[in-house]
Design a protein around this ligand. Structure first.
Ligand code: SF4
Length: 309
């Protein structure tokens, strides 16, 4: 199966487009809202009516921030959702379900989308952005896979990935038939330790290379030592950590939310050390890493994955 459609390319969390006398803005991250606001003001200045939606608009605080320059969605869930908005962020992206069966406190998904809702007629495209594929009912997972097989589209990136509590050998066997990309899971707190260890053992036992076992590892939601234990374990168990500092759900800047014994500087340094794989060569232990020596950009955006690394 070869994909001949549009390439995977993320815009970085903000998309905007014009249809007739209307301008539409879709904002994924709250820290992109200041930029969204500038676009709204610009579109108004050229006579367009501006409407804004997207995950960043789920909270009443962000709605208030935009309401004087754009038509703002109101109500529960994601009332401003616009068909095709996701493909404005990435023309190769799609989604087959909204919501999640879990309720992680640091995550916007339960707040914004609630429990699972299925979108069985989703457009079949190679980047699949469902929040929690392994938590979906078995028959719906089979439905998604069946549609990829029927349409001959390769799954190149299960972008939000799988939830360790529901990942199993059965889930792996089901998805390996179509998943050509990395296996993404999250290890967000030590409560998930046994689940993620088991999930990684399944992947590594099946011969999946470390580079294709990518584990989102949240930083700053637990004290330093607990977070670093998770980072170290991901490496020890044969995967690669992708570290994301904790942020407030309504933050208008990309600054970390500092809690416990962390500092903002340390959160950024650990993320840079881990995400640039410096543990492989420069400093196997973070404690031996000197962040003042610039070896990698402070933070850059990988548009193929849609991640800040
Ligand atoms: S499992 Fe993932 S998508 Fe679901 S609530 Fe937790 S962090 Fe969010």
């Amino acid at each position: 199966m070869k994909w001949t459609g549009p390439e995977s390319q993320w815009t970085g969390g903000l998309a905007h487009w014009v249809v007739g006398d209307r301008a539409f803005i879709s904002c994924a991250f709250t820290f992109k809202l200041p930029e969204a606001r500038k676009w709204a003001i610009y579109y108004r200045s050229i006579g367009k009516t501006v409407a804004i939606g997207g995950p960043a608009m789920a909270h009443v605080k962000t709605q208030k921030y935009m309401e004087d320059v754009a038509i703002v969605p109101r109500g529960a869930g994601n009332p401003g959702r616009h068909d095709g908005a996701l493909q404005r962020h990435n023309p190769a992206a799609t989604i087959a379900s909204r919501g999640c069966s879990e309720k992680c406190s640091f995550c916007i998904v339960p707040f914004m989308e609630g429990a699972f809702s299925e979108l069985p007629n989703f457009p079949v495209l190679p980047v699949l952005c469902d929040n929690n594929l392994s938590g979906l009912p078995d028959d719906y997972q089979d439905h998604i896979i069946g549609r990829y097989k029927a349409e001959g589209v390769p799954l190149l990136d299960a972008n939000s990935g799988f939830e360790p509590r529901t990942f199993s050998a059965k889930v792996f066997e089901r998805w390996r038939v179509i998943n050509k990309g990395v296996w993404r899971l999250a290890y967000d707190d030590l409560v998930e330790r046994d689940f993620i260890r088991e999930a990684m053992a399944i992947l590594r036992g099946a011969g999946i290379a470390p580079r294709k076992v990518q584990i989102y590892t949240l930083l700053g939601n637990e004290p330093y030592e607990a977070c670093m234990q998770r980072v170290r374990e991901v490496i020890e168990w044969g995967g690669e950590p992708f570290c994301q500092p904790l942020m407030k759900l309504v933050s208008l800047t990309r600054d970390p939310h500092v809690k416990h014994d962390w500092t903002a500087k340390k959160l950024r340094a650990v993320a840079r050390w881990a995400n640039n794989r410096m543990w492989r060569s420069v400093a196997p232990r973070f404690e031996d890493y000197d962040p003042s020596v610039r070896r990698a950009p402070r933070a850059r955006y990988d548009a193929t994955q849609g991640l800040f690394i």
